[in-house]
Design a protein around this ligand. Structure first.
Ligand code: URA
Length: 227
C-alpha cells in the first residue's frame, strides 16, 4: 500500500491537532497500533523533546515516553535539572511500528515513508509551540529534523541554530518601540541532538553509566541555554 501524507488542520492548537491526529490514516501503521500517541506538554513549553516513535507501553497508554525509555529520560532530566512538566515531549512518528514474535511486540524502526507521512504533525506541533530549544533524541529524530547525513556520535551535544521547518521567521512585534528584545517572539530556535534513552538502556553493563552520564551532560547544555 502506498503511503500518503498527513494533512493537519491549521489554527486548532495542540489539543485540536491531537484530536485530528487520532484519526490519521496517512500511512498503514495506524491499523495494528492501539492508538495515535501524540505529543504532550504545556503550550508554553520552551523546550521540545523529539523521540523516534512510541514503544509498546506508550502505544497501550497513549502517552509518549512512559515506558522504560521514559523512565531513563526522567532520570536524565532530573540529573540535568530540567523539569519534565515544563517540556513538550513528542515523537517523529506517532504510531508504534512493530513485528509480532509469539506474545511479544518487537519494535521495528520506522521507514522513510513513515517519517514522511507523519512529518506534518511534528511541523504543526513546532509551529504552535515555537520553542526556544528542540532536542532530537537519537538518530531517527536527528536525521528527520537536521539532515539525513547527521551523525549523533560525531555531532551530539552541540547547540545549533535552527529554523522551524516550513515556517517564516517569527514576526518581530515590538510595541514598546524601545531597544529591548521582544520577549514574545524568540529570535532564534536552537537544536541539539543526543543519544536516545533506549540506546543507553541497550548499552552493555560496563559502559551504561558512562552512556547515561553523557546524556546528562548533553541535557545540561540545554538547561544552561534556557537559564
Ligand atoms: N521511544 C521513543 O522514541 N519514544 C517514546 O515515546 C518511547 C520510546
Amino acid at each position: 500500500e502506498r503511503n500518503g501524507i498527513a494533512r493537519p488542520p491549521s489554527g486548532v492548537g495542540l489539543d485540536g491537532l491531537a484530536t485530528a491526529a487520532a484519526g490519521c490514516r496517512a500511512c498503514e501503521l495506524w491499523e495494528p497500533a492501539t492508538q495515535t500517541v501524540f505529543g504532550e506538554g504545556p503550550p508554553t513549553a520552551r523546550i521540545v523533546f523529539v523521540g523516534e516513535q512510541p514503544g509498546d507501553q506508550e502505544d497501550r497508554k497513549g502517552e509518549p515516553f512512559v515506558g522504560p525509555a521514559g523512565r531513563l529520560l526522567d532520570d536524565a532530566l532530573t540529573g540535568a535539572g530540567i523539569d519534565r512538566r515544563d517540556a513538550y515531549i513528542t515523537n517523529a512518528v506517532k504510531h508504534f511500528r512493530f513485528t509480532v514474535k509469539g506474545k511479544r511486540r518487537i519494535h521495528a524502526t520506522p521507514g522513510a515513508e513513515h517519517l514522511r507521512a507523519c512529518a506534518p504533525w511534528l511541523q504543526s506541533e513546532l509551529a504552535v509551540l515555537r520553542p526556544e530549544v528542540v532536542v532530537a533524541l537519537g538518530a531517527t529524530a536527528a536525521k528527520a529534523l537536521i539532515a539525513p547525513s547527521f551523525r549523533i556520535t560525531q555531532d551530539r551535544g552541540r547547540l545549533m541554530p535552527w529554523d522551524l521547518p516550513g515556517l517564516p521567521p517569527p514576526p518581530v512585534v515590538d510595541e514598546a518601540d524601545d531597544d529591548e528584545p521582544d520577549e514574545a517572539a524568540p529570535a532564534q530556535t536552537w537544536i541539539l541532538a543526543t543519544t536516545h534513552p533506549s540506546a543507553v538502556l541497550r548499552t552493555p553493563d560496563e559502559a551504561r553509566q558512562a552512556a547515561f552520564d553523557a546524556l546528562v551532560t548533553d541535557l545540561k547544555v540545554v538547561a544552561a541555554a534556557l537559564a
